[in-house]
Design a protein around this ligand. Structure first.
Ligand code: ATP
Length: 234
């Protein structure tokens, strides 16, 4: 469903993404691992149109996305959960979720499924985002991305700084979305993660990045035998 071919990206003179090609299939979790600063966030920002690529192609469901602004990529069916969550601290949980509906027709209700996935958000609907714990904010950021019923969910380190019980909840939600879809449609997941055990548990497929290049890739069940933990150990 997402088909990326030969993308190259530069920050000024620094060559950050070096000829990357990969696919993210529907109904599967594809995990991207790598140490700090290898280019994972830059890759996600390139997919979302937040930084320009120099060359290569990004196709989603057969449609070329390169050159389109971020809101059109969101409207095409891609939900993005950025690193650090970036929820609106002064808006309520409900208002944050409504922001996620901005690409849908006016008056579209918040999908009730979101509260099944994250019951805590129902309880906190009228609290300000900034008053939630870090883990609850992360759940809100994921729910906001899901509000528009994306067919591709892109997450940048959702476990960073989150307590273990909420990490488990987030893992269950990611698995459920990949297995059961959302709003009757299949969903592919692209997950950037540094927490190896979480990544291994969820991965149907994996990619390992070093200095802007993929140095290993394969099926999730082969991660242990392929020594991926050592490749990303700090
Ligand atoms: N706006 C920018 N301008 C110039 N260089 C940048 C910019 N953003 C990132 N870089 C550089 O690009 C490289 C890749 O950064 P990126 O944030 O994509 O890595 P990452 O793998 O996501 O790391 P982390 O896990 O720490 O977020 C790094 O060397 C970084 O210093």
């Amino acid at each position: 469903m997402l088909n990326v071919k030969n993308i190259q990206q530069y920050y000024g003179g620094s060559h950050i993404l070096r000829d990357l090609s990969f696919e993210v299939p529907a109904g599967k979790v594809t995990v991207l691992l790598g140490r700090n600063g290898v280019g994972k966030t830059t890759l996600l920002k390139s997919l979302m149109g937040l930084v320009p690529i120099r060359s290569g192609s990004i196709e989603f469901e057969g449609r070329a996305l390169q050159g389109l602004p971020p809101y059109e990529r969101a409207r095409a069916g891609i939900g993005f959960v950025p690193q650090g969550r970036e929820i609106f601290a002064r808006l309520t949980v409900e208002e944050n979720l409504r922001m996620g509906l901005a690409s849908r027709a006016a008056g579209t209700p918040i999908p009730p499924e979101l509260f099944e996935l994250f019951p805590v958000l129902q309880q906190m609907l009228h609290r300000r985002g900034g008053d939630l714990s870090g883990g609850q904010q992360q759940q809100l950021a994921i729910a906001r991305a899901l509000a528009a019923y994306p067919r591709l969910l892109v997450l940048d380190e959702p476990t960073e700084g989150i307590q273990p019980s909420i990490i488990k909840d987030i893992g269950r939600v990611i698995r459920r979305i990949a297995d059961q879809g959302l709003g009757g449609q299949k969903v592919g997941v692209l997950l950037v993660e540094q927490y190896y055990d979480f990544a291994e548990e969820l991965a149907d497929a994996y990619l390992v990045m070093e200095r802007g290049e993929f140095v290993a890739r394969g099926h999730g069940e082969d991660m242990a035998t392929a020594g991926v933990r050592q490749l990303v150990a700090i």
